[in-house]
Write a protein that binds this ligand. Structure first.
Ligand SMILES: [Zn+2]
Length: 317
């Protein structure tokens, strides 16, 4: 079987099934610009993807299949969600939420502004939910925001889809008998990320501060940078213990060990790229030196390939 088909098959079997099609189009592009923005491809895939419910502790679940992972806690007070997925998934997310219980969604926390985490805000707000996020998340969603790396300009979100509760320092929601601690961090994946910790359940939602088993995207243009991305994981690791269930923005639920491994990968690659950059090497020369080499077999098999990840690290320092 050709390598590309094997890769595609592996991806389709993984938690990243909805994005496998992106990888095949990237490899067809042989490293040049996108033939089609990955945003359009991911939206088309989300429009037909089933939503899978992965139960965690204490009535908390993860919904997979609509861009980034979505968190749902259910209980007497209603539902509390982490991220909203992509709007085209609405009928299947509604079905999944109804399967969990008939209680309404009261809150949605946006971990950051990217559309694969916030595009569903509008319909959830129309259904009665209050949306919370950082001021920078609200700012990027209120204007047209371009991501060159995805060759896509996002239009402003409708007013109801923009967070109305702005979070600038750690805030605890008391809901369904649970202390839910929402913590904004300094610029990392973007300039407006937050992680969310369910204290009694010991479940931590990282948003895109954590991609399990694959190189992450870093949105340098919207304030993200590799140094901040590493520091944000360090902050979260102070919260996570040996039994914490940790939900990444993309990939499967893990424990602390995998998050430490992700942090160490980021830090090693940052050091490798920094050394080359200090020697005066250009971006092209740094990419050619393959500073990610020892990590590529495990981490480089997804949308953010080794060359792109090297560029994101280089441009963010
Ligand atoms: Zn993101």
């Amino acid at each position: 079987m050709p390598i590309k088909s094997i890769l595609k098959q592996q991806l389709q079997q993984s938690a990243f099934a909805s994005l496998a099609v992106v990888v095949s189009s990237v490899s067809l592009m042989a490293g040049s610009a996108w033939a089609e923005s990955p945003v359009n491809i991911i939206n088309a895939e989300a429009a037909i993807s089933p939503i899978t419910i992965v139960p965690l502790r204490d009535n908390i679940s993860v919904l997979e299949g609509s861009g980034g992972n979505i968190g749902v806690m259910d209980g007497q007070d209603g539902k509390f969600m982490i991220d909203a997925g992509i709007a085209v998934s609405k009928p299947r997310i509604e079905e999944a939420l109804a399967k969990i219980s008939s209680k309404p969604v009261k809150y949605v926390i946006d971990t950051h502004w990217h559309w694969d985490h916030t595009n569903g805000n509008s319909w959830l707000h129309a259904a009665g939910a209050t949306i919370a996020g950082t001021p920078n998340t609200a700012k990027h969603m209120s204007t047209a925001s371009r991501v060159d790396d995805w060759d896509y300009t996002f239009p402003p979100a409708p007013k109801g889809g923009v967070p109305s509760v702005l979070i600038t320092k750690p805030k605890t929601f008391k809901f369904n008998g649970q202390d839910i601690i929402v913590t904004p961090v300094k610029p990392a994946h973007t300039d407006g990320d937050m992680f969310v910790y369910f204290k009694q359940a010991d479940v931590l939602f990282m948003g895109d501060l954590y991609w399990n088993g694959v190189y992450p995207f870093i949105d340098n243009k919207h304030g993200g940078n590799i140094g901040g991305a590493i520091k944000a994981v360090d902050v979260a690791l102070k919260v996570a213990g040996d039994n914490t269930q940790i939900v990444p923005g993309h990939g499967e639920v893990s424990g602390r060990k995998e998050l430490v491994e992700f942090r160490d990968m980021l830090s090693s690659i940052r050091d490798n790229v920094a050394t080359l950059k200090k020697q005066g090497k250009t971006l092209e020369q740094v990419i050619a030196a393959k500073p990610t080499k020892e990590f590529d077999a495990k981490w480089g098999q997804f949308v953010i390939n080794p060359d792109l990840f090297t560029r994101l690290v280089y441009q963010g320092m």
